[in-house]
Design a protein around this ligand. Structure first.
Ligand SMILES: [Zn+2]
Length: 397
């Protein structure tokens, strides 16, 4: 087949079965630490034979926009999702999980139309509808006990252990096991697997929980390599400890900006991870209060940038109609909230670790084979997570 064009780039049918895995929240420091202590021999082998680079995520460094950039090969301005959550035109805050929100097809959807056997598996069910857009087969680990793909009963039957809970340390590994088993049954040629970052929200590099996660990930990566998969591993975003929270709703009220509304695009159903606190937020405010809101927020210790809607849309490649009138980015140690009363920090299990800003933009890129030509040049210049499929099976491979 000649390369299929998806969002301005050409992608070929994989010559050998290929998988991209989104290591949710796996900041490059987790892998560097694990390589340094010989904790992950199969990942090391992959890195030494192929590529181990540090790339960039899309901003804001949240899960849904970056997963969609990985599968569409395009920035949020093209695929349409600037966050997990947004303020809809009717004034309600809603999750951006419905496939109708997408403005671009995925690489999987286009290649499936060309006859390539594709499959996507997500740990968190919140991504299932988005990854399934365009008729792509998709199941989630979270609902593996109910979901069927080809009439052969719930997909959970393919994995020889009970379905873990979404807050269990090995739910990501279950998703990977499920994906490899399903792919074997379906003869999948192109696989995408999205893990969950519960462990990374809970544990820093080198902590016992993180080591356990990485050692088991290494075993499964080894299984995939032995089984003949060509692999691209990438993260949606990094992760930092955030000991400070700034409640911008309270800041705006104290500054007398009565009509402003703070929207947190990290918001999702998994509050144990982050209590809806991350390092980027939108502020919706009327034009006559905009300057006052901007000055009040810019004066907050820990706030690094306050962009207007136009500046953010152009500078960060975001869809202008789905962000705030102001876009606020915080420093590495600071998370942003609405009002203090609106966040239940008791849901967190331990100190807050989160993401969303520029300081969580560094992501690992590991490829089991070294690209030639244009892909090698791009890696040299600095790739983003949206480039991984192109590096694996595009004209960059
Ligand atoms: Zn994530």
């Amino acid at each position: 087949m000649s390369p299929a064009e998806v969002n301005g780039r050409g992608y070929r049918r994989p010559e050998r079965k290929a998988a991209v895995v989104c290591l949710d929240g796996v900041d490059p420091r987790y892998l560097e630490d694990a390589f340094g202590r010989d904790l992950v021999p199969r990942l090391r082998e992959l890195a030494e034979q192929g590529v181990h680079a540090t790339g960039r995520s899309q901003l804001p460094s949240f899960t849904n926009p970056n997963n969609l950039s990985i599968v569409t090969g395009a920035p949020p301005a093209v695929h349409g999702l600037p966050g997990n959550h947004y303020l809809a035109p009717d004034g309600r805050e809603v999750q951006l999980t419905d496939p109708s929100a997408l403005r671009a097809p995925s690489i999987h959807a286009v290649l499936a139309r060309e006859g390539v056997r594709v499959l996507t598996v997500t740990t968190k069910d919140k991504l299932r509808g988005l990854l399934a857009a365009g008729g792509v087969p998709c199941v989630s680990a979270e609902r593996a006990a109910e979901l069927e793909l080809d009439g052969a009963g719930p997909v959970a039957g393919l994995v020889d252990r009970p379905v873990p809970g979404i807050y269990d340390w090995d739910c990501s590994h279950y998703a990977l096991e499920l994906a490899l088993a399903l792919a074997a049954r379906l003869g999948t040629e192109l696989l995408y697997v999205s893990l969950t970052d519960f462990v990374q929200h809970a544990a820093a590099p080198g902590e016992e929980l993180s080591d356990r996660y990485l050692a088991e990930l290494d075993r499964l990566v080894g299984r995939a390599l032995d089984d003949g998969w060509r692999l691209g591993l990438v993260a949606d975003h990094g992760m930092n400890a955030k000991p400070r929270v700034r409640f911008l709703g309270d800041v705006l009220r104290e500054a007398g900006v009565g009509g402003a509304r703070v929207v947190l695009p990290i918001t999702d159903p998994y509050v144990v991870h982050h209590a809806a606190l991350g390092s980027c937020c939108w502020i919706h405010v009327t034009e006559d209060e905009l300057e006052r809101a901007r000055d009040a927020v810019a004066a907050v210790d820990g706030v690094e940038e306050v962009l207007t809607r136009e500046q953010a849309a152009a500078g960060l490649q975001l869809p202008a109609d789905r962000i705030g009138d102001l876009v606020v980015l915080a420093d590495a140690e600071t998370a942003l909230g609405k009002t203090e009363a609106e966040h239940d920090l008791s849901a967190l299990r331990g100190p807050l670790r989160s993401h969303g800003g520029r300081h969580e933009q560094a992501v690992p890129i590991l490829l089991s084979e070294r690209p030639r030509g244009a892909g090698a040049d791009l890696l040299e210049r600095g790739a983003t997570n949206a480039d991984v499929h192109w590096l694996l099976l595009g004209e960059g491979a």
